[in-house]
Design a binder for this molecule. Structure first.
Ligand code: AMP
Ligand code: ZN
Length: 450
């Protein structure tokens, strides 16, 4: 048995790098807050997906594939989803199903592994209601005007993650003041649905859950009352994660929810967080039209996950060049049995991916192809052969659709006059450009084969 390095992770709860010790080494458990599905995800949203996928891969390497359970949820009930459904005049399920499909396509192109479980909020309403009932029973929540609210002043630990007092929170946050709240910081666990909004039956009337309770319910259902790692973007630390901790520890009477809280920094554009509301975003989908997914992944991992990334075209061009070089070196080499020790050590040091990448450069320089392949694979990189890579990245043939249609018509004419040689010549001419014709009862259609 090869000695594995110790895994260090930066824990937002203590603001320190700590030695990772799982509660149960036979099943390491991690929860990451997933997307709210109403539209294409932007490349900022891809950051936690790629970062925690890299951690998932590392944990699987250290503890064994069968010994890691990774839960990444989907938020499929939300005001933005309702608004989009109303705008298009369709049920929310149509918006969410469509968006989830696109999301899966996008992140598969980034070579992101599917999590062990991908729970959806709307499928866990019963668990949410169960937790809310426990919170009311324990005196941590109260019912007011059809709402159920978490009572922050009854919780001496509230603020444990964000390290703020109630007064500081009130000064800093945009709190929704409502006459039925005991304290302005009290947050919604359950609220009545407005006319036309989706609603579920509950002991407090037809309504819908607050956002924070979703993650407490889904992590409880799939990972238990306590688990090892909880992750997400730094913007979720407060109030979302603070509120998850408050709900879960109070409902279950546990001293903690997750042992280690990990947060990725922002992906920025000209110094500002990329976000839908600022309008400075570019979707993963759009970027994939121009760049192979692996370029986006490498570009993300070139910065340490806790530091801000400035997302630039120059960065993408550099990442593309690096991959061209590595693929040239690696050719069709098979991966070594184990990744390089220095790469592994870097990843085990709070996911120091820039250092791991520097080590990959060293392996490339030394021509150690099998180690390069195995070590890059551990980070979700170099999954293809060189031949596949250069084929996918070869400049695309410009497709002139009108010209294709003209040739298809000419071929149909040729066939009509039984000039099959000419018909075949046209088909071959198109095939040489990667255009494949299909003859069917409705006529001839075409598609691009690369
Ligand atoms: P949302 O759909 O806004 O709840 O975000 C989904 C995930 O993406 C959360 O973990 C956010 O923290 C994360 N996120 C959103 N915008 C950014 C950004 N610009 N940089 C890094 N992470 C982000
Ligand atoms: Zn969450």
């Amino acid at each position: 048995m090869v000695e594995q390095p110790e895994l260090l992770v930066h824990n937002s709860l203590t603001r320190k790098k700590e030695c990772f010790e799982p509660l149960d080494a036979s099943l390491v458990r991690m929860y990451v807050c997933g997307p709210t599905v109403y539209d294409y995800a932007h490349i900022g949203n891809a950051r936690p997906i790629i970062v925690f996928d890299t951690l998932f891969r590392l944990l699987r390497h250290l503890y064994g594939q069968e010994h890691v359970k990774y839960v990444r949820n989907i938020t499929d009930v939300d005001d933005k989803i309702n608004a989009r459904a109303a705008e298009e005049g369709v049920p929310i399920s149509e918006i969410t199903a469509r968006t989830i499909r696109k999301f899966h396509e996008d992140i598969a192109a980034l070579n992101v592994l599917p999590p062990t479980v991908e729970p959806r909020a709307t499928e866990h309403i019963a668990e949410m209601i169960a937790i809310i009932e426990k919170l009311i029973d324990r005196g941590c929540a109260y019912v007011a005007e059809g709402h159920v609210l978490y009572d922050v002043s009854a919780d001496p630990d509230y603020g444990i993650l964000s390290k703020r007092t109630l007064d500081e929170m009130m000064a800093g946050a945009r709190v929704e003041v409502a006459p039925y709240k005991k304290n302005p910081m009290d947050f919604v666990l359950w609220k009545p649905s407005k006319e036309g909004e989706p609603a579920w039956n509950s002991p407090w009337g037809a309504g819908r859950p607050g956002w924070h309770i979703e993650c407490s319910a889904m992590s409880w259902k799939h990972l238990g009352e306590t688990f090892d790692i909880h992750g997400g973007g730094i913007d979720l630390q407060f109030p979302h994660h603070e509120n998850e901790i408050a709900q879960s520890t109070c409902a279950h009477g546990t001293p903690f929810m997750a042992r280690y809280w990990m947060h990725n920094g922002f992906l920025q554009v000209e110094g500002e967080k990329m976000s839908k509301s600022l309008g400075n975003f570019i979707t993963i989908h759009e970027l994939l039209q121009e760049w192979p997914g692996e370029v986006l992944r490498l570009n993300m991992l070139r910065t340490h996950y806790r530091a801000p990334i400035d997302w630039t075209r120059k960065g993408l061009e550099e990442s593309k060049k690096v991959l061209d070089k590595w693929y040239q070196v690696v050719g069709d080499a098979q991966p070594a049995e184990r990744p390089d020790e220095a790469v592994l050590a870097a990843l085990c040091d709070d996911l120091a991916t820039p250092r791991a990448i520097a080590e990959l450069h060293r392996l490339a320089k030394e021509g150690r192809t099998a180690e390069l392949k195995a070590s890059a694979n551990l980070m979700g990189l170099l999954p293809m052969t060189a031949e596949e890579w250069f084929e996918t990245t070869a400049p695309k043939v410009e497709i002139d659709e009108a010209e294709i249609e003209r040739l298809i018509a000419a071929r149909a004419e040729a066939r009509k006059r039984k000039d099959f040689a000419e018909a075949d010549r046209i088909r071959d001419e198109l095939a040489a450009k990667g255009i494949v014709l299909k003859d069917g009862p409705e006529g001839t259609t075409w598609e691009v084969k690369r």
